[in-house]
Design a protein around this ligand. Structure first.
Ligand code: DON
Length: 306
């Protein structure tokens, strides 16, 4: 992946993904997200040596949504260590990200920290040490991206007004003792966290420590211990794309996290972090064009970890 060829590869990827537009649909259960044009496409590749390669709308902020769960989990593991795993599992769920009956059948303990139940449990855990977990996540993401990061209050309000499923999940977990704060407060904090807006370039920069053994080449600081970094990547590889994580690994072969804003971040350990954004989603809530772009990039550069 030399500098020159990354630019060439991105140009080729942008052509290869063209037939995939129009196959998915922007998220509409958060009405504010449905207003983003489906034609948007951006991609950024940040390399460990400071290289940044972008194409399309890579500098346009979009709704980060579930990709924020990576920042929240990293913060929680740095703060609480393995105590996190007394409340949340580490297994792929095989169910949609907002599934309810599996959670009920399994005693209110979420399968992993990336499904909504798991992320709500992480928010609840963070509420033990901070009053405003969304501000904490926003500050952490901004610190790592070395750029100011905003919360889109219109998106947060739009999600909160329709967050019936997440409320059901939070109340179920409160009833079973997985979370200890007011479920309404947990859901409100979680919706604000998900409403962070960042560009592809900012997200790739911010998550570069995952490719660099925990060190951020952007701010020249160690963010996560090396062992924790490997474990975060293991969780991304096995749980980051919910109930289509197997086919994603088959096609792309990289640890990754999706969000219903249409973003996907993928980690190439030892080399780079890639972020792609395109709002039209498949039925699992993952960007159709984004997955096709990562598949093409992985094949063209032979960067799969598998
Ligand atoms: O809780 C939700 O449904 C959204 N705020 C986040 C879901 C999400 O991004 C799933 N990822 N593909």
């Amino acid at each position: 992946m030399d500098e020159f060829s990354i630019d060439q590869v991105l140009a080729e990827v942008a052509v290869l993904v063209k037939p995939h537009f129009g196959k998915g649909r922007p998220a509409d259960y958060i009405p504010q997200l449905a207003t983003v044009p489906g034609s948007k496409f951006g991609m950024a590749v940040c390399t460990l040596d400071g290289g940044e390669h972008v194409i399309g709308d890579a500098d346009e902020p979009f709704s980060v949504q579930s990709i924020t769960k990576v920042f929240a989990l990293g913060l929680a593991l740095n703060r609480f260590g393995d105590e996190v795993w007394t409340r949340v599992g580490k297994e792929p769920s095989g169910t949609p990200f907002n599934h309810l009956s599996q959670l009920e059948a399994e005693g209110g303990v979420p399968r992993n920290p990336f499904i909504n139940a798991g992320a709500l449990a992480i928010t609840d855990h963070l509420l033990e040490t901070v009053r405003d977990p969304a501000a904490l996540v926003r500050g952490f993401a901004g610190f790592l991206a070395d750029a100011p990061v905003q919360i889109d209050e219109a998106v947060a309000a739009s999600e909160l007004a329709h967050a019936h499923q997440n409320r059901a999940i939070a109340h179920l977990m409160r009833g079973r003792g997985t979370i200890s704060h007011d479920p309404e407060a947990v859901v409100a904090a979680y919706c604000r966290q998900c409403a962070l807006t960042m560009s592809c370039r900012q997200l790739a920069r911010a998550l570069l420590p995952l490719a660099a053994g925990g060190f951020s080449p952007v701010i020249q600081e160690t963010i996560f211990p090396e062992r924790l970094t490997r474990r975060l990547n293991a969780l991304l590889l096995t749980c980051g794309i919910y109930d289509s994580v197997g086919s994603f690994a088959y096609r792309v072969g990289l640890p990754a996290k999706s969000g219903v804003g249409g973003g996907i971040v993928a980690v190439v350990p030892g080399k780079a972090v890639i972020c792609v954004w395109s709002p039209e989603l498949d039925r699992f809530g993952t960007s159709v064009v984004g997955t096709a772009a990562l598949e093409a990039f992985s094949q063209l550069t032979n960067c799969s970890v598998l």
